[in-house]
Structures are given as structure tokens and as C-alpha cells.
Design a protein around this ligand. Structure first.
Ligand code: GLC
Length: 693
């Protein structure tokens, strides 16, 4: 197989084995290829192997454990509710089956397959990549191009435009599982406002509902949600409620009754509704793969939209199963066998296995079915499409209910294709230093797969955080589109005002708001052009042998490189500069220091309360003066922070942030700054004013 020549763009090839299930991930053009599968050898249309050269790097797989370079471990596409994101795990909540091999040969490959898929990337044999599906019904797309960046762009064109959230969703969000009532939330907002900490959203976790029933609101603790949403909005705050996948089984509960009457829930082989246990106890799962059920479930979001809600997060949609009613009964019976016996090593291990095996058990996913347009299908064969279609249900409903308004939507579980309807957050991480780095690793991998609106639970979801950890994490989080502090019930509270250095937190978060014109512009250009907002250094500095291997720095948009601190007690860190760059050091918006560093390796001091980033030569970063919420940020008078050697230029995108009109040329302003500091700007969006900072 010849390596494609520079400038020679080929069609994306699709090779079909067997009779694949239509995942609807792909919306763009490709060529149905009748010849052999390029690059790989295959067996039974189910096992695909590729011999890797020593220098090959493997990018992709979206939300997953380990590094940006995926080589050296084995991964599974099997959407799982697993709150222990340890290195030895093989899957998290998403299934993102896209890879780019970059080395001796360079190509991208997408395995469009909705069931479990294994990616052994040098685990069994360091030099062999082996992808194995359960059955021989699969579509494989092969993409060739000028390099990884071009391949990622072509892939994104194939799977369609990424979701675009409202502008306010780029503000800071505060969340916690256990905000129990209106007053508690008022207090959280007040404390942020008193300390001058910008804030745009408060998330409502499962506690706002009545007994964890979707689309209900507990009237004792939230007596007037519409009034409360209005009151919050007057303070610049959006309430963002959670929606879970399972619908509580309860006579008289309208959603349950409508679902039963319409036949919208997933059924077992004998035609009875499948019963699983999640937060509300026994639930049924809406059949998200059935278009009628999807339309019905999506329409329910109106209950909350009508009360002034403008954003949601979809959860437990792998779907998570604490137990299935069937399996639970079996376990109760088997437990009897342990009564009275001496629980030695083997016996206590099997007791633990028995009880531990209740949740997210693979066998349970074989018990229920979907009524898909192409016929009845057992859940495990299409498992990875459930969360995707739950979010699609909402996304399609929003298009109908709010045709010209952007609604915030992000999901926990996902498959490629879902990126058109919503973003994702990366689930239940821990307050661990290594999870800051994991957050960084996931950003470019997710971007390749189409997920642009994304971010981690800043400060860590599980386990107790520390002030230092949270501060360092926020110094990365101010760059991620979704910037949300979220933590689990029972862990140490981590709203930033609870710590001693509130002023430092305030300055870091305030800086996010100053960077918004740049970050929003970079996000929108990436979405509208099928590009990545977060790129590994190697995508930009292809020939640089050091840049190729950097795993803890990223390019954010066209002008900035970041190198966050992710180690406890660190006073700084080593940074590799692939070219001469300007280091900027912020202690809040007003306190800035700059220094030009030459290409090469540097140790950079970074105090705990400092944000440091790097600007590429002849690049600009438009900045605002900040604001207490996104609505208060002035996007029309912007300071230009730049590293101008000859002439700096920047293409700025901006729009009203709320409507769905993205195409107008008036959204763009072209800015240049010459070596003498003279600014000129043009384009239809040129009513904006710029000044040097
Ligand atoms: C899941 C979610 C988490 C949420 C919790 C309670 O663990 O991932 O974000 O707080 O459920 O709803």
C-alpha cells in the first residue's frame, strides 16, 4: 500500500463485512470499496490486524484511559458505568472507535460497530494492533490524507458537524450531588457573587426530583421551579437539571404510564418490560433505538423547558444497571447457600463476586431488546448506541421545540454520531492528581472523534479534594469548553469559596472570562470547519521528534500552547517549546508578566496561583475585561495579547451566542497587528474595537 502523496486527497473508503447495523454515525460522503481492506489483514470480517512500525503513534479512541498515544494497552468499546478510572481499566462511558496511525504509514480508521469491540494496541504483541468485534457485521472506514490533522478533519466531515452550545455554557458552572433545595443553591450563588467569582450555571443533580423520577420536581424543596429559574437568571445563573435514563415504575406517575401505554419501554424476549434497578429502585428503560419512543421521551424535556430551563445533562445512559430484577432474585436464592458456612478465602471471594456481580453485569444486557426500524435487536449487540440515542431524543426535540435557540446538552454515555446532538462530560473521575493529566489526554482524543463540548469534573468527583489539587485543575479547566466543578455526595465540599485562598480562585476563574472571546472563537471555528480545538503538539509540529512524544502539553486553538501543572507540591514544570514562544504568566487579569523563550526544553516556575500559557509567534489572543457571567462580558472591545515579530494575525469569530445562525459572514473579523503595534481589522464583523494589551 503506497503512502498517499502530499496534496493528493483520496475518497474515504468504506468496506462492509456481513450485514452491519445502521448506527447512523456517518452522515457524509464515502466510496463503497469493493477491493481489499487497505493496511489491515482481516479474518472473518471480525478480526483486523495491523503491523505497527517502531515509530508509529496511535491516536484516538476518544474518552479512554492512558495517554494521547494509545499504543501499549488494550481497550474495549463497551459503555460502562465505572467510577474507578484506573489505568488498568479498558473502557469508560463512551465508545469512540476512531483511530489514526501516524508513523511509517499514516491513515485513519473508523470501526462502525455498535457492540463490544476490543482494541489490542500492542498489548499482546508490542508491534501488532488487533481489533476484534463480536460478529462479522461491521463497516470499516479508511481515511488517507496529508497527515493526522487532515485525516481527523476528513473524519469529522464524515460524521457531521459537532454540537454547538449556547455561549453562556462557556461560563463557569458549579455542581454537586446533594444540593437539596432552593435555599442551598441561593447560598452557593450568593457566596460566589460576594467573593466576585464569576458564575453562569448551577447544576441540579438527582435531588431536585421526586423520588428520582424524571421530569418531576420536588415541590417541597423546589416549590416554584419556574420562579426560581427566573430569579436565578436575573442573577446571570442558569439552572441545569439532570435527566436519568431509567423511568421509575410507579402507578400514577405519568411518564411511566404513558411509556407503558405507548409500548415505549425495552422488553424481554417474552414481551414483558425489562426491569432494572437504578436510583429510583425499579425502572424501565425507554427504547431509545425506537424512533417513536425517542420522540415521546424527547418531548418530555418540554416539561422543564416550559419552566425556563435552558440546559440539561443526561446521565446513567450506558445504561447503568445496579441490578436486574431477574438476576437479583437469583442472587437472593444463592445467598442462602452461604448462610452458616465458614467463609474461607474461596467462599468469601465467591460471596463478594455474587453480590458485586449484580451491577452492570454483561448478562443483564442480553435480557432486553430494541424495536429498531430494521427489526428487533438484542440490547448487547447495540449496547453502545443507547446513550447516543437518549441524547439524540433530546436534541431532536430541541430542534422542534426551540428551533432558533441553543439548548445546553451533554451526556455521560456516547457513541460517535452523538457529538451532533450534545457534548459529554468525562464522568466520575476522582480527586487524584493523575486525573488532571487524564483530563488533558482526553481532550484531543475526544476532539478527533467529534466531541468538542467537553470537560471533566474539575476538582474530582469522587474522593476528597484539596485546595492545591482543585486550583491546579482549574488552571487546566479554564481552557476546556465545559468548565464545571462537580463532586459526589459524601465527599469534601469543593465550591471554591470554601478554601482559604478564595482570592486566588477568583482570579483564576476571572481569567477564564477574559479568555472567552478567544476560546469561544476557537470553539466555533473548530465546530464549523470540522477541526480540533485541542491538538497534540505532534499535529502541529510534525517533523519535531520531541513534539511528537509530548503527552502533557496541548495546543489550544491556533495561538496558544498550554502546559499545566499536575503534580502535588510542584513549583513549576519542564516544558518543551517546539518553536520560540512568548510565555505569559497571569495572577488574575490585572497582573501579567511576559517573557520570550527560545525553542527547546525549559524549566518554568509556576506558583500555585499562577496561570501560565504560551503564545506562538505572530499569533494573537483577543481578550475581554471579564465579567461576573458571560452575559456581562463585552465581546466588542477587545484587548489583543500577542507575540508579534513580523505581523500578527487572528481570525475572530463571534455571534449572539444564543440563536442557531452560524453561517453569516458578519460573524468574522480579521485582525492584524504589525511590528510597530498598528492594529487593523476588517471583515463584516469589523464593528468591534481592538486595543493592544
Ligand atoms: C452519576 C453521575 C454523577 C452524578 C451522580 C448522581 O454518578 O456520573 O455526575 O452526580 O450519578 O446523579
Amino acid at each position: 500500500m503506497a503512502i498517499p502523496q502530499k496534496g493528493c486527497r483520496r475518497m474515504i473508503k468504506r468496506i462492509t463485512y456481513g450485514a452491519p447495523f445502521d448506527t447512523e454515525a456517518v452522515t457524509g460522503a464515502y466510496e463503497s470499496w469493493q477491493g481489499e481492506l487497505p493496511y489491515f489483514s482481516q479474518e472473518e470480517g471480525r478480526k483486523f490486524s495491523y503491523r505497527m512500525a517502531e515509530e508509529d503513534i496511535v491516536f484516538g479512541l476518544g474518552e479512554n484511559v492512558r495517554g494521547i498515544n494509545k499504543r501499549g494497552w488494550i481497550y474495549e468499546s463497551k459503555c460502562s458505568d465505572d467510577p474507578n478510572h484506573r489505568e488498568d481499566k479498558r473502557s469508560l462511558y463512551g465508545a469512540h472507535n476512531f483511530l489514526i496511525v501516524d508513523g511509517k504509514e499514516c491513515f485513519g480508521v473508523f470501526f462502525d460497530y455498535p457492540g463490544k469491540l476490543t482494541f489490542d494496541i500492542g498489548y499482546t504483541d508490542r508491534n501488532v494492533m488487533l481489533i476484534e468485534a463480536q460478529t462479522g457485521d461491521i463497516d470499516v472506514y479508511v481515511i488517507e490524507g496529508e497527515g493526522p490533522e487532515d485525516i481527523a478533519k476528513q473524519f469529522r466531515g464524515l460524521v457531521g458537524r459537532s454540537y454547538i452550545p449556547p455561549k453562556w455554557a462557556f461560563g463557569y458552572g458549579q455542581s454537586r450531588w446533594s444540593y437539596m433545595n432552593e435555599d442551598e443553591i441561593r447560598e452557593v450563588v450568593k457566596k460566589h457573587r460576594e467573593a466576585g467569582i464569576p458564575l453562569d450555571s448551577i447544576y441540579l443533580d438527582i435531588d431536585y426530583m421526586v423520588k428520582y423520577k424524571d421530569f418531576t420536581v420536588n415541590e417541597e424543596t423546589f416549590p416554584d421551579l419556574a420562579g426560581f429559574a427566573k430569579e436565578m437568571k436575573e442573577q446571570g445563573i442558569h439552572l441545569v437539571p439532570i435527566i436519568d435514563a431509567g423511568v421509575k415504575i410507579e402507578e400514577g406517575y405519568d411518564i411511566y404510564e404513558e411509556g407503558m401505554a405507548g409500548g415505549y419501554f425495552c422488553k424481554e424476549e417474552d414481551g414483558s418490560e425489562f426491569v432494572a434497578g437504578v436510583w429510583p429502585g425499579r425502572v424501565h428503560f425507554p427504547d431509545m433505538l425506537n424512533a417513536d419512543a425517542r420522540k415521546w421521551f424527547g418531548g418530555k424535556y418540554k416539561v422543564l423547558l416550559d419552566q425556563g430551563i435552558e440546559g440539561f445533562w443526561n446521565d446513567m445512559n450506558e445504561p447503568a444497571i445496579f441490578y436486574s430484577e431477574k438476576h437479583l432474585q437469583e442472587v437472593f436464592e444463592q445467598l442462602e447457600e452461604f448462610r452458616g458456612i465458614n467463609l474461607d478465602n474461596e467462599a468469601s471471594a465467591s460471596l463478594n463476586r455474587l453480590v458485586g456481580g449484580l451491577s452492570n453485569n454483561e448478562e443483564d444486557y442480553k435480557l432486553f431488546y430494541h424495536e429498531h426500524k430494521d427489526g428487533r435487536v438484542r440490547h448487547d449487540k447495540v449496547h453502545n448506541l443507547f446513550g447516543y440515542n437518549m441524547t439524540r431524543a433530546a436534541g431532536e426535540a430541541f430542534e422542534e421545540l426551540e428551533p432558533n435557540k441553543r439548548i445546553l446538552m451533554f451526556s455521560r454515555s456516547s457513541y460517535i454520531g452523538m457529538h451532533r446532538y450534545g457534548g459529554i462530560w468525562t464522568g466520575d473521575n476522582l480527586s487524584w492528581w493523575s486525573h488532571i493529566l487524564l483530563n488533558l489526554h482526553m481532550m484531543p482524543s475526544l476532539n478527533m472523534c467529534g466531541f468538542l463540548y467537553t470537560g471533566a469534573d474539575l476538582g474530582g468527583f469522587g474522593a476528597d479534594t484539596t485546595e492545591e489539587l482543585l486550583m491546579r485543575w482549574l488552571e487546566l479547566g479554564i481552557f476546556t469548553p465545559l468548565m464545571r466543578n462537580h463532586s459526589a455526595w459524601g465527599t469534601r465540599r469543593q465550591e471554591v469559596y470554601r478554601f482559604t485562598q478564595t482570592g486566588s480562585f477568583q482570579k483564576i476563574i476571572a481569567l477564564r472570562y477574559c479568555l472567552l472571546p478567544y476560546l469561544y472563537s476557537e470553539y466555533m471555528k473548530a465546530a464549523l470547519r470540522d477541526e480540533m480545538m485541542f491538538r497534540p503538539l505532534s499535529f502541529v509540529y510534525a517533523g519535531d521528534r520531541f513534539a511528537r512524544r509530548v503527552e502533557d502539553q496541548l495546543m489550544v486553538g491556533e495561538s496558544i500552547m498550554i502546559a499545566p501543572v499536575y503534580e502535588q507540591n510542584a513549583k513549576g514544570r519542564y516544558v518543551y517549546l517546539p518553536e520560540r514562544m512568548k510565555l505569559v504568566r497571569f495572577r488574575g487579569p490585572e497582573d501579567r508578566k511576559e517573557e520570550v523563550l527560545e525553542k527547546g526544553h525549559h524549566y518554568v516556575d509556576i506558583a500555585l496561583d499562577e496561570v501560565v500559557f504560551f503564545i506562538r509567534p505572530d499569533h494573537l489572543v483577543p481578550m475581554s475585561k471579564g465579567g461576573s457571567c458571560v452575559e456581562k462580558v463585552d465581546f466588542d472591545h477587545l484587548g489583543l495579547l500577542g507575540f508579534v515579530e513580523k505581523e500578527g494575525s487572528y481570525e475572530l469569530y463571534d455571534d449572539d451566542g444564543y440563536s442557531r445562525d452560524y453561517e453569516s459572514p458578519s460573524h468574522y473579523t480579521q485582525i492584524t497587528v504589525d511590528a510597530e503595534g498598528r492594529i487593523s481589522s476588517g471583515g463584516e464583523g469589523s464593528r468591534k474595537e481592538f486595543y493592544l494589551i
